[in-house]
Structures are given as structure tokens and as C-alpha cells.
Design a protein around this ligand. Structure first.
Ligand SMILES: Nc1ncnc2c1ncn2[C@@H]1O[C@H](COP(=O)(O)OP(=O)(O)O)[C@@H](O)[C@H]1O
Ligand SMILES: [Mg+2]
Length: 237
């Protein structure tokens, strides 16, 4: 059945089974870019299912840290363990991300020529989920994020807040045990920010994943279980 309308009973629309959150451990992580040291020996632990915000000024290393946790980049030294698995070398990183991690970026990074639904489906390509199941899951995810009436819209036909909600749905498509979000409200007005934040919180409640969000938005900090503060590539005590 094609979903219609924007508001549905949430219990009807939970399509992603609860897999539980992945614990994240970082030990003495160092990352340099040429002469710039972005992270200077960062260590922390985020418990399974915890919601932690990484705060800190621009240039303090927040994005670098998220990218390393999510295997988009590699540390120079130190170790990161997600869900009991050391973050792998690039050769195995694609599979690792597909199985464990969802990403939301400040700019939603939706493909402009694909509908909302097709954008979500792209996250399910090469996962072994068949075409019909991909379509069905994508539609249900759009209903979950309150966009069941926007499945065929292109990103350009959606508001910035709606686009970010599609990006959240896409990040959830592979049933991640860890959701990483880099300034997810950074490009939104306060009402849209609030809606995206409520959505992220609700999704964590429902799906039980660990959530790490880099942000200097007080509204994000207020919702997190805990904050970590980065200054000049180091965690402040
Ligand atoms: N790809 C890159 N090449 C060179 N320098 C980089 C690169 N990415 C980040 N940096 C530098 O690393 C530091 C940390 O950047 P970043 O992690 O983006 O900080 P934040 O997300 O907190 O603003 C900054 O000094 C930034 O200029
Ligand atoms: Mg950043």
C-alpha cells in the first residue's frame, strides 16, 4: 500500500528492527593533515545506545573525529573500536559502514535528480535487499520521518528541513547501530532544527542506536545524554 498523508501511528511504521546500539571506544587517536594536527590523542568511550554531542569551536576537530569513527578517513595512530570491531582499513570500510553506520551531514547530500524515495533506496543498493523490498522500506521510512506525502518529490521540491528529514531516513535505511551526524541542524532555521532534532531523538528511542552528533547548537546539546568538548584537537576534561 502506498503511504499517504504525513502523520501516522508510529507503531504502524516501525520498519527497522531494533538492533541495539554499538559501543564506540577511541584510544589516543591522532590525525594530521600535512602540517595541521586535527586530533592530538583523543580518547573517550560512548556506551551502547548513548546520545553524545561533540561540541567545540570551528576547526576543533569535530568533523575529523566523526569521519574517523565512520571510516570515511583513517587515523595516523591510535585505535577506534565500534561495536567490538576495530574500525577497519579502507579495503573493508564499505562493508563496515553498510553494516553498522548511518551518516547525516550538514548539507543533506541528496542526489538532486532522484526522488526522495530513490535517494533512500540508494542506501540499500548492494545490501542484498531486493528491489521491491527496497521500495517498500524507503516508502515506510519516509512515512516515519513525516514525509509519506513527498515520496516522489525531488530535493529541489522540498524545504531544507524536509530534505534533512529525507537524509535522516536515508541514514536509517541500513538499520545502523551507530548514527553519526555532523552539524545536522547547521543549515536550518530554528523550527526546522527543532523538528529534525525531535526526529533524531525519536528514532534513537525507537531503534536503540548509539548517536554521536557534532554540533555547537545549544538545542542539540540540550537533548543529548552527555557532551564531549573538543578544543584544538583535544577532549577537554
Ligand atoms: N582535508 C583536510 N585537509 C587539510 N586540513 C584539514 C582537512 N580537514 C580538516 N582540516 C583541518 O583540521 C582541523 C580540524 O577540522 P575539522 O575537523 O573540520 O573541525 P570542525 O569540524 O570542528 O570545524 C582544522 O584546522 C581544519 O582546517
Ligand atoms: Mg565540522
Amino acid at each position: 500500500m502506498a503511504p499517504t498523508g504525513s502523520e501516522h501511528d508510529p507503531d504502524d511504521t516501525a520498519v527497522v528492527p531494533k538492533r541495539g546500539g554499538a559501543e564506540v571506544i577511541a584510544e589516543q587517536v591522532v590525525k594530521t593533515y600535512g602540517t595541521v594536527t586535527a586530533l592530538r590523542g583523543v580518547s573517550f568511550r560512548v556506551g551502547a545506545g548513548e546520545f553524545v554531542v561533540i561540541a567545540g569551536p570551528s576547526g576543533s576537530g569535530k568533523s575529523t573525529l566523526l569521519n574517523l569513527i565512520g571510516t570515511l578517513d583513517q587515523p595516523d595512530s591510535g585505535a577506534i573500536v565500534v561495536g567490538g570491531r576495530p574500525v577497519p582499513l579502507p579495503s573493508e570500510a564499505v562493508e563496515f559502514r553498510r553494516r553498522l553506520v548511518g551518516f547525516v551531514f550538514q548539507d543533506n547530500l541528496l542526489l538532486p535528480y532522484l526522488s526522495a524515495q530513490s535517494n533512500i533506496e540508494t542506501a540499500l543498493m548492494a545490501t542484498g535487499v531486493g528491489r521491491e523490498a527496497r521500495q517498500e522500506r524507503s516508502q515506510k521510512l519516509l512515512v516515519e520521518v513525516g514525509l509519506g506525502h513527498r515520496v516522489r518529490h525531488l530535493p529541489s521540491e522540498l524545504s531544507a528541513g524536509e530534505r534533512q528529514r529525507v537524509a535522516v531516513a536515508r541514514a536509517l535505511a541500513n538499520e545502523p547501530r551507530l548514527l553519526l551526524a555532523d552539524e545536522p541542524t547547521g543549515a536550518l532555521d530554528s523550527a526546522s532544527s527543532e523538528r529534525v532534532l525531535s526526529l533524531l531523538s525519536a528514532m534513537r528511542e525507537r531503534h536503540g542506536m548509539t548517536m554521536i552528533i557534532a554540533s555547537h547548537d545549544d538545542a542539540v546539546t540540550g537533548r543529548a545524554d552527555r557532551g564531549l568538548r573538543l578544543t584544538d584537537g583535544q577532549i577537554q576534561a
